[in-house]
Design a protein around this ligand. Sequence first.
Ligand code: FCB
Length: 463
Amino acid sequence: MTTFPETFLWGTATAAYQVEGAWNEDGRGPSIWDTFSHTPGLVAGGDTGDDACDHYHRLEEDLDILAALGVGAYRFSISWPRVQPGGSGPVNAPGLDFYSRLVDGLLARDIAPVATLYHWDLPQELEDAGGWPHRDTARRFAEYARLMGDALGDRVHTWITLNEPWCSGYLGYASGVHAPARTEPAAALAAVHHLNLGHGLAVQALRTTAAAAAQMSVTLNLHHVRGVSERDADAVRRADALANRAFLGPMLEGAYPRDLVADTASVTDWSFVRDGDEAAACQPLDVLGVNYYNPTLVRQWDGSAQRETADGHQDGAASPWIACENVEFVRQPGPYTEMGWNIDETGLTELLLRLHHDHPGLPLMITENGAAFADVVDADGRVRDERRVDYLRRHLTAVTEAMAAGADVRGYFVWSLMDNFEWAHGYAKRFGIVRVDRDTMERTWKDSAHWYREVVATGKLPS
Ligand code: FCB
């Protein structure tokens, strides 16, 4: 039987816009996701996060669920426009109070607060001023981080600056399937840079305001890129540069990879990178957050047949894969989750070992892993989501394999605590281990939640 270390941090994760609702209450300003979801045709079913899971009003109930699950940590995100409505200026006290109560409620239940500062909900006012392609947004972000450090820094266990800047940069500004729905490749690369810079400046701001013991982190959705054959090595290199090393380079090594700059030379000259920026982006981190759902398979495209684009992200008006015109994203063999993502936990082991090898000494934490399935509520009210249990078991086993081979993995967070607003897919994709009834907002533990409770309690995977 597989046993995890006693210090292993078990948690679940959510994000503000996906669960909170209360989109225009208590002084919250609009974010780019309000604008996006209120634009007809952009989100499946016309869904919005206006009500989401009503978590804003059901905080105590949700905290009690976390306590009953027995988790040691909870990863949530702070809605920037709730605490600083226009993205600059003073704190909105009622908005901040919500997070203060959340943090206190976690601590009262012995659950470590893991706070993500940016899970994609940029204040609309900052987007109107240019958004992430605009340098000032990085500075605004650092200022917001400082305010949160001042307000919550005595109580937050781990700070995650950004969630998946890959999505913010490329899905938001290149393919446009995420807010703010722009399709401007050069701007997307500028956004990537300002996200990296904002991350570094935010870590600096938090180090001066948060408790000395607080851990600093960032969450990346690194793509574990494989080639169909050895002939595809350059396609792998190119996709890896754009998806992974565009962030790992500046954040962990203080430099953009030369091949990335060369690959994208026809799109931008990277003149938005100023002297000192890469050093500023590279701040010592205590732990690296890794989100993993499935691997990526690529092939060099020779132009003879139609190019496959099965990268797992929705098709937009343009590709998120800037300067990857000769790279095909090949559909992988099943089984698949409801997102159409293939289930392959070996990618997680390999990814963790790569990070262990490339960045020795940097502890890792799985900040998201989980699966959407079309759950059915049985006549007895139970949700027998054995495919989700199987997915989680496989991936946790993969984590133990990486650990056995040397990777220093400190924790694991299931995505997600509850069914929620899955971005452009709306509520149709259910990732929760707790079901949320869309009509009544009633929370029901799925079988996976009961299973996870046992894992957390015993530190072992039940056979
Ligand atoms: C990740 C996001 C998270 C959730 C999962 C399914 O990319 O960080 O908010 O949508 O995917």
